[in-house]
Write a protein that binds this ligand. Structure first.
Ligand SMILES: NC(=O)c1ccc[n+]([C@@H]2O[C@H](COP(=O)([O-])OP(=O)(O)OC[C@H]3O[C@@H](n4cnc5c(N)ncnc54)[C@H](OP(=O)(O)O)[C@@H]3O)[C@@H](O)[C@H]2O)c1
Length: 401
């Protein structure tokens, strides 16, 4: 057994003084170590506390980043997500302009009259309103007739709901019969007026196919070969719209790689910000996803759940259900998260308030589950939801040629 002998009491002052001195030294050493230990303990708590605060701010950034106001003021670099196994997925991607586009946005194509407004107003819920971005669409009634059924309704609903313009990402598209440079600005102005806004965040060339402005005597669209094969004049006019401040970003939709290169071979002043294409389990287009990533062109996934007629089947896919079960999320959330993890923007359409809220909650998928779903999507022949080539009377497939 070890013990520290006490100074004896035999009157030996010197040895007592020495013993006292030694005891003092031990006490000083002891208190020095306790202080050091306390400091180390404090540092540990400060560090772990900071880490959890950081983690918290990361998981809440989906709400926080949009609610902090104008997207144009948020010009920080975005996080790339594709194949990521990190604990969070990006809430935004940064465009060449510096604007930050939300990674999940509400689509309103095929939303019936009255439903768009309901969807917009549903988002007036303080928890979700600032998370939502609107992607407006033209609705096609016949091959030649295109009417803007929902831009007015979206505009009205935004005004009525009191959502600040800068809290919403607004996208619209230039329809095929307005590709002639002299028709672009009036088509855009029409959208701006209907939406009741001074600018769009993103304006897309809807198709790489141009029509003559007026349909033929049979009411069908007339394919305009020159402007289809050379989209540069249309693009130059769109660039002018950016210069005028009527749109902040311009992009393309339904362009295959040949058509993208055909456009970007020109001396563009403004690069396409995005390419909006069909991407879902049934038509996952892994080559286009890979090429776009390698070439720095952001993809937007339309019909991401397989659209109205396939959504039921999509949500029943075993790999999707497995992810949902394992992570405690819904099948729709599993699919939307998969899209974001592939590095794309996702545009799920819903007019159901609870689904709108559900669809905005994305979660990083474990790498093995992500890869299983990716493999299952690529394992069957691609099957498109949208292909108007035949109904437009084209003698080629718009996606193949
Ligand atoms: N660029 C183009 O050429 C092009 C072409 C097509 C589409 N798009 C864009 O892509 C957007 C979405 O595409 P989409 O409408 O074809 O298909 P989608 O988003 O894949 O599917 C929409 C269907 O899914 C249902 N749904 C949504 N969330 C759900 C959930 N959480 N659980 C169960 N069902 C759910 C919707 O029902 P409810 O609405 O009843 O909730 C609707 O029936 C369009 O709005 C449009 O903006 C672009």
């Amino acid at each position: 057994m070890f013990y520290t002998p006490l100074p004896n009491d035999d009157g030996d002052v010197d040895s007592n003084a020495k013993a006292h001195h030694r005891a003092e030294k031990r006490r000083a050493l002891k208190s020095h170590f306790s202080r050091l230990f306390a400091v180390l303990l404090l540092m540990y708590f400060a560090f772990t506390g900071l880490r959890s605060v950081l983690r918290l701010s990361k998981t809440t950034s989906f709400r926080g980043s949009l609610s902090s106001g104008c997207h144009s003021a948020q010009r920080n670099a975005s996080t790339k997500a594709a194949g990521s196994s990190s604990s969070s997925l990006p809430t935004h991607y940064q465009l060449p302009s510096g604007d930050r586009i939300p990674s999940v946005a509400l689509g309103v194509w095929k939303a019936g009259k009255g439903e768009v407004g309901t969807a917009v107003k549903a988002c007036n819920n303080p928890n979700t309103r600032r998370l939502v971005a609107y992607s407006t669409d033209r609705q096609h009634l016949s091959p030649a007739t295109v009417i803007l059924t929902n831009e007015e309704e979206v505009g009205q609903a935004i005004r009525e709901s009191g959502i600040t313009r800068s809290d919403i990402w607004l996208t619209s598209k230039l329809w095929n019969n307005f590709h002639a440079p002299e028709d672009v600005e009036s088509a855009l102005d029409d959208s701006l007026n209907k939406l009741g806004t001074e600018y769009l965040d993103l304006y897309l060339m809807h198709w790489p196919i141009a029509f003559e402005k007026e349909p033929g005597p049979d009411g069908n669209s007339i394919y305009a070969e020159n402007l289809s094969e050379n989209p540069y004049p249309t693009w130059q006019k769109l660039e002018e719209m950016v210069e005028k401040g009527k749109v902040r970003n311009i992009g393309i939709s339904n362009f295959n790689i040949r058509r993208i290169q055909n456009l970007t071979a020109n001396p563009l002043k403004v690069q396409p910000a995005v390419n909006q294409v069909e991407l879902n389990f049934w038509n996952p287009q892994p080559e286009l996803v890979k090429w776009s990533k390698e070439n720095g062109l952001l993809l937007e996934a339309y019909s991401p759940l397989g659209s109205n007629n396939q959504v039921g089947n999509t949500l029943r896919i075993p790999e999707v259900k497995n992810i949902a079960d394992k992570l405690g999320i819904t099948p729709a959330q599993a699919v939307i998260s998969w899209h974001v993890q592939r590095g794309t923007i996702v545009l799920p359409k819903s007019v159901t308030p609870s689904r709108i809220e559900e669809n905005l909650q994305v979660t990083a998928l474990p790498q093995d589950l992500f890869e299983k779903l990716e493999a299952a999507a690529a394992a069957h022949p691609p099957q498109r939801v949208v292909n108007p080539s035949k109904s437009w009377g084209l003698n080629f497939d718009v996606f193949e040629y």
